[in-house]
Design a binder for this molecule. Structure first.
Ligand code: FAD
Length: 473
């Protein structure tokens, strides 16, 4: 009898525990991806990730076909779909990889399926280590990154990845599949994803290409270059592939082992471990995306202005580095890490808009949106998180721009209306003399917005609100 293999956020054949074990058993494998309705801990995916999912499923289906198998698509509640498929195919076992943010939902599904007599096996998910296996000396979860990293560096060498199976035995006949195009995952009118395909190749092959490119050169200067958004391709761009499980973190880690352990290589591993740390926090605190880790922030006087929020989402705040970041996000479904910090700080501290609004917007627009990394990073910037940047560290969008994008390359790429402005003013067009603006063809307030807030005043206001909240506790 066949084994049902339930694909979720592990859309790959390489280093896929559930798949390799299913193949080793010698039994036929029925591969299924289920589009589930919204439930606790389950989706829905944002628009940008729906685009990605479409292409990733397409790639997975082709990879399975190459191995003599097929991807079956079904919609509905997972427990119902799986028990129905088990009956149809006479499968007696279900294999899947753990999906950490939906542990609670999975428990219910497994409970419902057990009564149908299916043998159920769960394998490690998209992490180097299961959170339960990494605890502090006193037995609790790590809440601070540095000791977490040290523990992992000392004796947390991840296991070796397992290669893709050479063949995946097919059942005698395949159950029916829904058609991917009927899932309508791609945007139509307007098609805001026109540029995505130029940058991204969803799927396992795309992930390995990105890794290969990165290991060949950019990793050698990663530590210093990673903070400069004007340098294209200075980072790995693996985040969406990791979010969909098209490549495993153990595979990435393993591939870096062939390189000399320079500071750059170690720094890259440290970033992978930030991702890991975020997941360990999420498992410890499943409400990471909705509740302040530090409940002192529950009393923070957030103020929602629809007009200001809209200006932020559209990249029309009048601060060039913020606007470039928000426009990159819209056009590419991605934003450089340094600029994510600047734009998030701007929303939270300059506009005093609740970090959760920003987290939601990123979730809808990022191709790499990830329940752990997105929430923990927003809480990091807000100061409400576990190992967070203090609230009083307010990013100055002008100085950050001048420091990390000194020639304005990044700004000019995404805010073309400022291209003719002399470098001196590229991050502060509102300080440029009238004749300089005229020569650059800029009419502030018309061709490019005036700043929607005064950064200095906004900063003072935010700090006063923070002092008020912390003073009260
Ligand atoms: P690289 O620099 O090549 O790093 C390699 C990998 O390490 C990344 O792919 C990622 O998996 C991990 N990583 C790097 N930085 C971080 C970090 N700060 N936290 C956790 N993991 C990290 N990352 C996401 O994957 N999904 C998100 O939804 C997300 N939301 C964010 C929101 C905010 C407000 C901020 C400040 C950061 C967010 N990040 C998120 C983290 C980071 O910006 C991206 O992981 C990184 O920019 C991805 O580009 P890369 O793959 O080229 O990274």
């Amino acid at each position: 009898p066949p084994i049902l293999l339930w694909f979720r956020k592990d859309l790959r054949l390489d280093d896929n525990g559930a798949l390799s074990q299913a193949c080793e058993s010698g039994r036929p494998v029925v591969c299924v991806y289920i589009r589930e309705p919204k439930q606790d801990g389950i989706g829905p995916l944002g628009g940008a990730q729906e685009w990605w999912l479409h292409h990733s499923l397409d790639a997975l289906a082709a990879a399975l076909a190459d191995k003599g198998n097929r991807l079956i698509l079904r919609s509905g509640e997972a427990a119902k779909v799986l028990s129905g498929l088990a009956k149809e195919t006479q499968a007696e076992a279900l294999f899947y990889n753990r999906h950490y943010e939906r542990d609670a939902a999975d428990k219910d599904i497994v409970g419902a399926l057990k009564s149908s007599g299916l043998e159920i096996k769960r394998f490690r998910g998209q992490l180097l280590h299961d959170p339960e296996t990494m605890k502090t000396g006193s037995g609790g979860a790590y809440r601070v990154y540095s000791p977490f990293w040290r523990a992992l560096e000392k004796d947390g060498e991840p296991r070796d990845p397992v290669s893709a199976p050479s063949k995946i035995a097919a059942p005698g006949s395949f159950p029916k599949s829904e058609a991917l195009k009927d899932w309508s995952l791609l945007p139509t009118k307007p098609d805001w994803a026109t540029e995505f395909g130029r940058i991204w190749q969803p799927g396992e092959a795309g992930a390995h290409k990105k890794l290969k490119r990165f290991l060949k050169k950019p990793i050698q200067t990663y530590k210093s270059d990673r903070d400069h958004p004007g340098l294209e391709d200075a980072t790995s761009l693996l985040s969406p592939h990791l979010a969909f499980g098209e490549i495993s973190p153990a595979r990435i880690w393993h591939e870096t082992k062939g390189l000399e352990a320079t500071n750059d290589v170690i720094h890259f591993r440290k970033e992978l471990v930030w991702r890991e740390f975020s997941y360990h926090l999420l498992v410890e605190f499943p409400k990471l995306a909705t509740d302040n880790w530090n409940d002192k922030f529950d009393a923070f006087p957030w103020h929602f202005s629809k007009a200001q929020f809209s200006a932020w989402t559209k990249g029309m705040t009048g601060y060039p580095i913020v606007d470039a970041g928000m426009r990159q996000l819209w056009r590419h479904g991605y934003m450089h890490n340094r600029v994510r910090m600047i734009t998030a700080s701007f929303l939270i501290k300059d506009l005093m808009i609740d970090w959760r609004k920003g987290e939601e917007w990123f979730k809808d627009t990022l191709v790499d949106a990830d329940p752990a990394s997105n929430a923990s990073n927003w809480q990091w910037v807000a100061g409400s998180g576990a190992d967070a940047s203090p609230f009083f560290r307010v990013f100055n969008p002008i100085l950050q721009g001048e420091k990390f994008d000194p020639d304005g390359d990044y700004v000019c790429r995404f805010v073309p209306e400022l291209r003719k402005l002399p470098k001196k003013y590229i991050h502060r067009p509102f300080e440029a003399p009238k004749e300089v603006l005229e020569r650059a063809g800029i009419k502030l307030g018309e061709t490019y917005p005036k700043p929607i807030v005064n950064h200095g005043e906004a900063r003072d206001k935010a700090l006063a609100a923070y002092a008020d909240v912390t003073g009260r506790s």
